[in-house]
Ligand binder design. Structure first.
Ligand code: RP5
Length: 165
């Protein structure tokens, strides 16, 4: 028996380095939980600029609908991707060793007017929320996904205990 062909990716997860995967895997896990087809790639603004150019300029044509870009330090990846694609770009500041991700956050959030990046929190929370925000964007035109997202949120609410310990 052969595996069913995988549906084409709707979300592109990109990151500046393999070292970012420990953070960005949380976005991938959430996308998996919501059954959102996605792909992941290392695309560095500084070390592989030609790869970034190709990825960003081809993303929409390949069928991607949202990009999630994670980077740390001088985190130019989300902004440069946003400069080269009409797709919504969600930026995840990866926690850096030197400055605990403040450098990543400020690099990603402070975009000039006209080139928006939806900036999330530093680290795991940002990665998870980027996936949830991508899901909310896609759910606007996908009723099945809207239902899965609503169910996920209801389950989260249900799981919060009343007692502190
Ligand atoms: C950035 O530099 C990457 O996004 C990563 O967060 C940081 C460090 O990269 P490595 O030196 O670990 O490859 O471009």
């Amino acid at each position: 028996m052969t595996d069913a062909p995988r549906p084409p990716a709707l979300v592109g997860l990109i990151m500046g380095s393999r070292s970012d995967w420990d953070t960005m895997r949380h976005a991938a896990t959430m996308l998996d939980e919501l059954a959102i087809p996605h792909e992941a790639a290392v695309v560095s603004a500084h070390r592989t600029p030609a790869r970034l150019y190709r990825y960003a300029t081809e993303a929409e044509g390949r069928g991607l609908r949202v990009l999630i870009a994670g980077a740390g330090g001088a985190a130019h990846l989300p902004g440069m991707a946003a400069a080269m694609t009409p797709l919504p770009v969600l930026g995840v500041p990866v926690e850096s060793h030197a400055l605990k991700g403040m450098d990543s956050l400020l690099s990603i959030v402070q975009m000039p007017a006209g080139v928006p990046v939806g900036t999330l929190a530093i680290g795991r929370a940002g990665a998870v929320n980027a996936a949830l925000l991508a899901a909310a964007i896609l759910a606007l035109s996908d009723g099945g996904l809207a239902a899965r997202l609503a169910a996920w949120r209801a389950a989260q609410t249900e799981a919060v205990p009343t007692e502190p310990s």
